[in-house]
Write a protein that binds this ligand. Structure first.
Ligand code: ATP
Ligand code: MG
Length: 654
C-alpha cells in the first residue's frame, strides 16, 4: 500500500514539523489554545504511516469520539488509509472495546451491559440499602449523588475512599467506614447483575493490563505508538492506563495546562508535570503561534490567563492572523435582552452569509441557556444543543433501550425495573419480587428468562391491574428475542416500538407523536450496527458525551456548555452569562477558588476565530446569586482597552 507523498513542511510550521517528525519516544507537547496541537497529532499519524507504521499499530486517545473521527477522517484524506482501520476514541470507548473482547480474563462476562450515570446511582442506592436499610431515611446522611461522586472520585484518582473523603469531601468525614462498605456492596451488586458503570470501563482496563498478562503483552506489542490529545484533562487512572499500555514509552501527549477544566472529575495537571519522570528521555516541545484567532481575541485571552494565581507554564501566544476588531463586551439589562441581542446579531451574520454552524453560543451552566433556547425557538432560529437534555437521556428512549437490554442480558435487573415499573400498580418492591419470581420459574421449568415471563405461574403473580400489560410486554420481548439472533438490530428495535410500548406511550404522554418520531429515528440509528450489543453499548456511551441530535443539521447554530466546546472552534462565538456568580460560579467564589473557572473562561474565549462577544445580564430575574450582577471578575481584571464595550441600555452603566 503506497502512501502518497505529503509535503509536511508546507502544511506545518517549524515547531509543529519538529513534533510531527520527532524520533519515536516519549514526547510532550505543551502549547496554548489554537496553536495546532490537534493538527500536529493528526499529521503525526500521517507521518508514522508514511514511515511504514501500520494503522493497527497506532492507538489514538481523544476527549470525544467525534474528535477522533474527525482526526482520522483527515488522516484518510492525507494518506488514503481508512479511518476505520485505527483504534481511536475516548478512553471509555476503547476501554469498552477491550473489556468486551477480553473481560472474561478478569471475570467480566462478555454480555455485560453499561449503566448510565442515573442508573448507576440507583444501583448504588440499592446497594447501600442492602447494607443499611434505613440509611437514606436520615436526612443528615449523604444522598446517593454525593456517595456516587466520592466512590467515582476515589476510583479515578486511584486513591482510597478514606483519602478521597479527607481531601475532597471533608464534610462526610464521619461516614468513612460506612462508605467503604457501601463501595464494596456496590461492586458486588454490579457483578451480580452483570453490569458495569462508566468508571469500570477504565478500572477494568487497567485491571486487564495488570492481571491478564497475555492480554497486556499482546496490546503492548501491538500498539507501537500511543497518541493522546487533551492530556491536561486525563486523571491519574487514565495516565496509569497509558503508561501501562506503553512500556516502550512511545507516547505522544499534547496538552495545555491553562485549559485543565476537569479537576472536579479527578483530572490532574500533575500528570503533565510528572510525565518526564515517568518517561525517561521525554522530549518537551512547544508551539507558540496561534492559527485560530485574531490578534485582538488572543490578546484578551492571554490577559485573562496571565492573571492566574496558580503555577503554570508561561506561554505567550503570537497570532498568525491579521488584525481585526476587538472583542465586544455586551451589558444587557437581563437574560431576555441578552438573548435578544444575540439573536439579532445572529440574524445579521446569517444575512451577511455566515454559515450558521460556524456560530456558537457558549455558557457555563445549563440553566443559563434556558432563556436563550426559548428566545431562539420563538424567533425561529434553528439551533443544535449539545448539552442539557440529550437525546438518549429522554425517558422514552431509555424505556425502549431497556427492552433491548433485557432481551440481551436478562440478568440486567436495572433494565427490568425500568421497564416493568411502567406497568400500573407496580412499584419497586413488587417489580423486584416479580423479577425474583420469574427467575425461580425459569429455573424450575428450565425456561429461558424471557419465556418464563409468559409462564402461567409468573403471570398469576402480577397485580391484577397490570396483568394484561404484563402479558403484552412479555409477548413483545419474546418477539424481539425470536429474531434477535438472526435479525438485524433495527428489526429488533422496530418490534419493540410496534409492541406494547407504543400503546403505553400513547396513554402516557400528550406529545405522543413527537416521542414516537424520536423512537423511529432510533430505528435508523440502529441500522448502522451489526450487533445488538454494540448498539446498546453505543447508546449508553453517547450519554456520557456530546450528542445533541441524531443527525447534524446543516442550518443550525450551536448551543453548548464551555466544557463541551473543548477543542472546537467557530467563526463567531457568543459567551453568555459572563457575570460574577454565574461565571465564575457562586460556589467557586464562596470557596475562594476561581482558578478552574478562569481556565474555563480562557477555553471559552479561545474558541473564537474572528468575532467574539462576551455578554452579561445586569439584572438577575431568575433567582440565583443576587438581584444585581457585576461583570465577571475575569473581565473586570483586564484593561478596558482590550475590548469594545456595548451597552444596550444607557441607564445601567458600569
Ligand atoms: P485547542 O487547544 O483549542 O485544542 P489546538 O492547539 O488543538 O487547540 P488546533 O485545533 O489543532 O489547535 O488548530 C487550531 C486551528 O489552527 C485549526 O483550524 C488548524 O487547522 C489551524 N492551524 C494549526 N496549525 C496550522 C498551520 N501550520 N497552518 C495553517 N493552519 C493551522
Ligand atoms: Mg485541540
Amino acid at each position: 500500500f503506497e502512501i502518497p507523498e505529503i509535503d509536511f513542511r508546507a502544511q506545518l510550521n517549524d515547531e509543529q514539523y519538529a513534533a510531527v517528525t520527532a524520533q519515536p519516544g516519549p514526547l510532550l507537547i505543551l502549547a496554548g489554545a489554537g496553536s495546532g496541537k490537534t493538527r500536529t497529532l493528526t499529521y503525526r499519524v500521517a507521518y508514522l504511516l508514511s514511515k511504514g507504521v501500520r494503522a493497527g499499530e497506532i492507538l489514538l486517545l481523544t476527549f470525544t469520539n467525534k474528535a477522533a473521527k474527525e482526526m482520522l477522517d483527515r488522516v484518510e484524506e492525507l494518506t488514503g488509509v481508512e479511518g476505520r482501520s485505527f483504534w481511536g476514541g475516548t478512553f471509555h470507548s476503547i476501554g469498552h472495546r477491550l473489556l468486551r473482547m477480553h473481560g472474561e480474563a478478569i471475570g467480566v462476562p462478555k454480555n455485560f451491559t453499561i449503566l448510565d450515570a442515573g442508573e448507576a446511582e440507583t444501583v448504588l442506592k440499592h446497594a447501600v440499602e442492602s447494607v443499611e436499610s434505613s440509611f437514606f431515611k436520615n436526612k443528615t446522611h449523604p444522598k446517593p449523588g454525593p456517595l456516587s461522586s466520592i466512590i467515582s472520585m476515589a476510583r479515578n484518582t486511584c486513591e482510597s475512599i478514606e483519602r478521597t473523603i479527607i481531601d475532597f469531601f471533608p464534610q462526610h468525614h464521619d461516614f468513612i467506614e460506612r462508605i467503604e462498605g457501601f463501595a464494596e456492596a456496590y461492586a458486588k451488586k454490579k457483578k451480580e447483575q452483570n453490569v458495569v458503570d462508566y468508571d469500570d470501563l477504565l478500572v477494568f482496563w487497567l485491571k486487564l493490563l495488570e492481571e491478564a498478562p497475555e492480554v497486556a503483552e499482546y496490546y503492548q506489542k501491538r500498539f507501537q505508538h500511543c497518541l493522546v490529545d487533551e492530556y491536561q484533562d486525563t486523571n491519574v487512572l487514565q495516565a496509569a492506563i497509558i503508561d501501562k499500555m506503553a512500556p516502550h514509552h512511545r507516547i505522544m501527549a499534547v496538552g495545555d495546562d491553562a485549559q485543565c477544566i476537569y479537576s472536579w472529575r479527578g483530572a490532574n495537571f500533575d500528570n503533565i508535570l510528572t510525565f518526564p519522570d515517568r518517561h525517561p528521555g521525554t522530549e518537551i516541545l512547544r508551539i507558540e503561534t496561534n492559527y485560530r484567532s485574531t490578534p485582538e481575541i488572543l490578546t484578551m485571552a492571554n490577559a485573562i490567563i496571565s492573571n492566574r494565581t496558580t503555577a503554570g507554564f508561561d506561554k505567550e501566544l503570537r497570532a498568525h492572523k491579521p488584525s481585526a476588531q476587538r472583542p465586544y463586551v455586551v451589558q444587557a439589562m437581563d437574560t431576555r435582552e441578552q438573548a435578544q441581542f444575540v439573536i439579532t446579531r445572529i440574524r445579521g451574520l446569517i444575512d451577511e452569509g455566515q454559515d450558521p454552524r460556524e456560530i456558537a453560543v457558549l455558557y457555563r451552566s445549563h440553566f443559563v441557556a434556558l432563556d436563550m433556547q426559548m428566545e431562539l425557538s420563538r424567533a425561529g432560529v434553528p439551533y443544535q444543543i449539545t448539552s442539557g437534555v440529550r437525546f438518549f437521556e429522554q425517558a422514552h428512549i431509555k424505556d425502549l433501550v431497556a427492552h433491548l437490554r433485557l432481551v440481551y442480558n436478562p440478568a440486567d435487573v436495572t433494565a427490568f425495573l425500568r421497564l416493568f415499573l411502567l406497568l400500573p400498580k407496580v412499584g419497586e418492591k413488587t417489580a423486584q419480587k416479580l423479577y425474583d419470581h420469574t427467575l425461580a420459574i425459569a429455573k424450575k421449568h428450565e425456561l429461558d428468562f424471557i419465556d418464563a415471563l409468559r409462564h402461567e405461574a409468573t403471570v398469576k403473580k402480577a397485580p391484577a391491574a397490570s396483568r394484561a400489560d404484563w402479558e403484552a410486554v412479555a409477548l413483545t420481548l419474546r418477539d424481539m428475542k425470536q429474531i434477535a439472533d438472526t435479525g438485524t438490530p433495527d428489526e429488533v428495535v422496530q418490534i419493540a416500538i410496534d409492541g406494547w410500548y407504543s400503546s403505553y406511550l400513547q396513554g402516557a404522554y400528550a406529545n405522543y407523536s413527537n416521542r414516537l418520531e424520536d423512537l423511529n429515528s432510533l430505528v435508523g440509528f440502529a441500522a448502522r450496527f451489526e450487533e445488538m450489543q454494540e448498539l446498546i453499548a453505543q447508546i449508553t456511551l453517547l450519554n456520557s458525551e456530546t450528542s445533541g441530535r441524531m443527525e447534524e443539521s446543516d442550518e443550525a447554530i450551536r448551543l453548548t456548555t464551555v466544557h463541551q466546546a473543548k477543542g472546537l472552534e467557530f467563526n463567531v462565538v457568543f459567551v453568555i452569562g459572563a457575570a460574577d456568580g454565574f461565571f465564575p460560579t457562586r460556589r467557586s467564589i464562596d470557596v475562594g477558588d476561581t482558578e478552574e473557572e478562569r481556565r474555563l473562561f480562557y477555553v471559552a474565549v479561545t474558541r473564537a476565530r474572528d468575532e467574539l462577544y462576551v455578554l452579561y445580564p445586569k439584572m438577575n430575574t431568575k433567582g440565583g446569586p443576587s438581584m444585581f450582577l457585576n461583570p465577571s471578575r475575569f473581565l473586570q481584571e483586564i484593561s478596558t482597552d482590550l475590548f469594545e464595550p456595548i451597552r444596550i441600555r444607557r441607564n445601567y452603566g458600569w
